[in-house]
Write a protein that binds this ligand. Structure first.
Ligand code: C5P
Ligand code: ZN
Length: 469
């Protein structure tokens, strides 16, 4: 999927206007999302405002609700700066001094430059979709926040690596096996500033923190024949290559392998992958300020640490981690252990109870109260890349939440190439049953009334089948 040409001049003009609004404000309230992208974005905004000497606060939200809209509209600060959220609900904001740096599909009821508020410069809406850039893989919420930060002060290039964490946290590197478009330029900033190194490697998850045999065993998308889901196969492969899985009684990680061992293993794995080999390699991003093995050095693993905080009501710890607070790392480490446990319990629960159901155009499961609503999307994504699922239809997941049922939808990118847009599906289907939703083409979500699940699935199935060629 190539990078779009976009409209960089218009984006530059809007960034300059938004930078003026931030510089002119005395007080700023930052509202950001609780996931890895949102926390990275919040940290970039926080540090930017701190450097400007602005009085400011940073708060986290799971999603935009009526209460959040009302609170934003009535906030006494000169400016409210919303990161990684907000675009889907643009028509509901009616305050002056609003800056949005987001990448979700914008609210279709909001007509760019036509609202009265906007003609007075009330809303600075910075979203790649409005410049012909694809917000699902070319730049994320943290990326847009970073671009504004850099516009405010070029010295803020030292925050570029946080935008890279946000981008990989939102899987923006998946479709091309590397970051492209504005994301690639942000990678360039971080590399030039000495904060990031780009490495060509296998792109499976956990190269620093998983024991090498588990790293191979859990390899998916693409899965390695005879290795993925096959512990015995992993041992045999390592054995045949003369690679010790342990050293000095400790498990070695993929990153612990020597250059020769690494290259030998890559050759053997690529051979096993055959025609899928091209899909397994690409760019990985290493953050230079952290030691390998800390779980903070690989950008993708850093993003997991942030998710382990934000999705368990502890986003402020994630923010402190992004600010380099060493004390926060220990808490984050505990959060990560909890997150791992929760995810693996969730996956076993769904499998052991045979909760996955198949329809013609979609598959779905209802995790009830067994999976947190903030994590059900991650679980759905993991299910979709496992052998339990059909890869050629979307997956829809339900989890109980305080204000109804949380829905998460995920699909593979080849379906998007055939016309699928889960953001539209979630938004339309949710509104028909009295809920709300939105997101991206490949990953979207909604909240709906509990008694409407069946009806919702029927509508989703209709919409999916009508979108796909
Ligand atoms: O929660 P989940 O990870 O499934 O969300 C997928 C994407 O959909 C996220 O980017 C989220 O912000 C978006 N979403 C939304 N409106 C909702 C729920 C999720 O825009 N009601
Ligand atoms: Zn995001």
């Amino acid at each position: 999927m190539p990078a779009s040409a976009g409209d960089p001049r218009r984006m530059a003009r809007d960034l300059a206007a938004a930078a003026r609004v931030i510089r002119d404000a005395k007080t700023v309230r930052v509202v950001t999302h609780i996931d890895a992208d949102g926390i990275s974005a919040g940290a970039i905004a926080d540090i930017t405002l701190e450097r400007l000497g602005k009085e400011h606060t940073v708060g986290f939200e799971k999603k935009i609700t009526d209460e959040v809209v009302a609170s934003v509209n009535s906030s006494p600060e000169d400016v409210v700066w919303i990161c990684d959220l907000g675009s889907g609900y643009l028509s509901e904001f009616d305050r002056y001094g609003l800056v949005i740096t987001d990448h979700h599909v914008p609210d279709p009821r909001w007509r760019g430059r036509q609202t009265i508020l906007d003609s007075f410069g009330g809303v600075q809406h910075l979203n790649p979709h409005t410049y012909g850039i694809d917000g699902s893989y070319e730049v994320c919420g943290a990326g847009m926040t970073y671009l504004l930060s850099k516009e405010i002060d070029p010295a803020n290039v030292d925050l570029a690596y946080l935008a890279v964490v946000g981008a990989v946290g939102d899987f923006q590197d998946s479709s091309n096996q590397r970051l492209v478009g504005p994301n690639a330029a942000i990678v360039g900033d971080a590399v030039a500033n000495g904060d990031l190194v780009v490495e060509e490697d296998l792109r499976f998850y956990g190269r620093d923190t998983r024991p090498v045999n588990q790293y191979l065993q859990y390899a998916s998308d693409p899965s390695i024949p005879g290795i993925s889901d096959n512990p015995k196969g992993c041992y045999e492969l390592l054995d045949s290559l003369g690679i010790q899985a342990k050293s000095g009684g400790r498990w070695r990680s993929w990153s612990d392998l020597s250059r020769e061992e690494h290259d030998r293993a890559v050759d053997a794995i690529l051979e096993r992958l055959g025609p899928d080999a091209d899909k397994a390699v690409g760019e990985m991003y290493r953050i230079t300020r952290y030691e390998k093995g800390t779980g903070m050095s690989d950008a993708k693993e850093f993003a997991t640490v942030l998710n382990s905080c934000g999705r368990y009501d502890d986003a402020p710890t994630g923010l402190r981690v992004c600010r380099g607070d060493v004390g926060a790392l220990k808490v984050a480490e505990e959060n990560r252990a909890e997150h791992r446990k929760h995810i693996s319990t969730a996956l076993s629960y769904i499998r052991d109870n045979h909760l996955l159901r198949e329809r013609r155009f979609i598959q779905w499961f209802d995790a009830g109260s067994e999976v947190r609503e903030t994590v059900v999307g991650i679980v759905a994504g993991m299910m979709l890349s496992s052998s339990d699922c059909r890869r050629n239809i979307p997956i829809i997941a339900f989890a109980d939440s305080d204000d109804g049922v949380k829905v998460s939808a995920r699909a593979n990118r080849d379906l998007v190439d055939r016309g699928l847009n889960l953001s539209e599906v979630m938004k339309t289907a949710a509104e028909i049953v009295g809920g709300f939703g939105g997101g991206h083409t490949v990953a979207a979500g909604a909240t709906i009334p509990p008694e409407k699940k069946e009806e919702f699935l029927d509508i989703v199935e209709d919409l999916v089948s009508s979108q796909i060629e």
